[in-house]
Design a protein around this ligand. Structure first.
Ligand code: UDP
Length: 497
């Protein structure tokens, strides 16, 4: 437990407001557990449908008064009634209307804030940019949580401020990143609308700019990373006075570990039994999972199934699609591989899987939480990025921190189609090859570093204590900065030019 005099003087109270997608909610719930175990009062803000997930994750009862649920806006075009989390959207193309609709929750949020007493800080997701205005109204410091690493933050900053994407003809031409000349990226490493040579007016771009400006004007930025993993990039971002980046992760290492979510605590799911069996048979397992929202075509699923079959490696594959075509492909694969492979269509406790001793490789889309979980449980990654900032994460994993290999696409482009053979070859290399051995050694070393950072006295442990102390000082009025806006960040408008 932290025990600085300021903490003891008056008990801090944090309001945590996660964005409604699993990859954004889960790390903030880990942060909540960390704060809770430092005797900090918490109020978690969410929506009605997300409440049970949050309560279960924290091991609280569903009616716990410290969870406040606000009504999610109804009748948003394209969003079916009752869908309040991005992983449940019929298509991820509905992300923008979903995210912008959250703004309608602002009056409800402010009503709830008005009823809370002595709030020290609001930690809200970067996508909930409007919460800065609410925080300012109440004179409460807001910390933004982006859920990405500092390598990506620093590379993006260099790329956009120097307009590096407007140069090359081809989307696959390598571009040297100005401030970090050993890093080469391509336009294809960026999703729309960031990948435009000449950015046009685009509501998605407006949304990104609005979120970035709100983060820049917040009291600080909470980063789910640890300093020793990426010191250069943290220092680069912190060379700008605001917003200060506070590395307090990997948050998935927060102790005690959470109860299993979406399953009863005492339930030993069949895939864990299967993993036990593989351990007894001394058969290493590759875990294949692409997060909570990746969309994969049926053709690509067929190639994955062939590649896994031909690799001859034992595999546990989490498939999130349950349409008829997918079910046929999966049934077929199950028949072909027998007990060598297991396909799961439910929500799995991914950390529990990665922790299992038989899991020796992770074919991952490189969502930042998945990468961190791979690091923490020392499982090397076969990087197969799909969307958002995952392509840059994959570069970090393979080229910067070297804890993984990259899947082979048929045309060499980072967005290319992956044929069975490209997957088979790289799964074999990861599990049995020389390069696989190198990245396995590296992930073990970095995984140890992650544990040290989170342990008592480690860099993330100290940073969190410093952050709590600083916020306490701000609220006790002994700091000039209070909760108001700091600087207009006109630079961010360069994204448009
Ligand atoms: N996750 C899980 N079980 C599943 C699917 C996902 O526990 O069946 C968790 C995973 O451990 C991670 C988060 O959901 O913490 C997904 O976040 P990530 O950043 O990896 O990817 P995203 O889903 O945001 O693309």
């Amino acid at each position: 437990m932290a025990s600085s005099p300021l903490e003891m003087a008056s008990s801090p109270h944090f309001v945590i407001f996660p964005f409604m997608s699993k990859g954004h909610t889960i790390p903030l719930l880990h942060l909540s557990r960390l704060l809770f175990h430092r005797r900090i009062k918490l109020t978690i803000i969410t929506t009605t449908t997300n409440r049970p997930f949050i309560a279960r994750f924290l091991g609280w009862t569903s009616d716990d008064p410290n969870i406040i649920d606000l009504p999610f806006p109804s009748q948003v075009q394209g969003i079916p009634q009752g869908i309040e989390s991005t992983d449940k959207l019929p298509s991820i193309s509905l992300f923008l209307p979903f995210a912008t609709a959250t703004k309608i929750m602002q009056p409800h949020f402010e009503q709830a804030l008005g009823k809370l007493s002595h709030v020290t800080a609001i930690v809200s997701d970067g996508f909930l940019s409007w919460t800065l205005e609410s925080a300012n109204k109440f004179g409460i410091p807001r910390l933004s949580f982006l859920g990405m690493n500092n390598y990506v933050g620093a590379v993006c900053r260099e790329v956009f401020l120097n307009r590096l994407l407007s140069g090359p003809e081809s989307d696959d031409d390598l571009i040297t990143v100005a401030g970090f000349p050993w890093i080469k990226i391509t336009r294809n490493d960026f999703d729309k609308p960031l990948n435009q040579r000449v950015p046009a007016t685009d509501p998605h771009l407006d949304f990104i700019i609005e979120s970035s400006i709100a983060t820049a004007n917040s009291h600080g930025l909470i980063s789910n990373s640890f300093y020793e993993l990426e010191p250069l990039f943290v220092d680069y971002l912190n060379s700008d006075p605001k917003p200060k980046v506070w590395c307090v992760g990997p948050l998935c290492l927060a102790e005690p570990q959470p109860p299993m979510v979406e399953a009863r605590v005492d339930h030993h799911p069949r895939w864990m039994g299967w993993l036990d069996q593989k351990l007894a048979q001394k058969r290493p397992v590759v875990y294949v999972a692409f997060g909570s929202q990746a969309e994969i075509s049926i053709r690509q699923l067929e190639e994955i199934s062939k590649g896994l079959e031909e690799s001859q490696v034992s595999f546990l594959w989490v498939v999130r699609k349950d349409d008829e075509e997918t079910i046929v492909v999966m049934k077929d694969l199950e028949e072909r591989v027998g007990e060598r492979g297991l396909i799961v269509r439910e929500w799995v406790d991914q950390m529990g899987v990665l922790k299992h001793e038989s899991v020796k490789g992770f074919v991952s889309h490189c969502g930042w939480n998945s990468v961190l979980e791979g690091i923490c449980w020392k499982v090397p990654i076969l990087a197969w990025p799909m969307m958002a900032e995952q392509h840059l994460n994959a570069r970090m994993v393979v080229e910067e921190i070297k804890i993984g290999l990259r899947v082979e696409t048929c045309d060499g482009s980072v967005r290319g189609f992956v044929k069975a053979d490209g997957l088979r070859k790289m799964v074999k290399e990861l599990m049995e090859g020389e390069k696989g051995k190198e990245v396995r050694e590296k992930v073990e070393e970095i995984g140890e570093g992650a544990k040290k950072a989170m342990a008592k006295g480690g860099s993330s442990w100290r940073t969190l204590n410093e952050l709590i102390d600083e916020l306490q000082r701000v609220r006790l009025g002994s700091d000039e900065s209070k909760g108001e806006s700091y600087i207009p960040v006109d630079d961010l408008h360069l994204l448009r030019i």
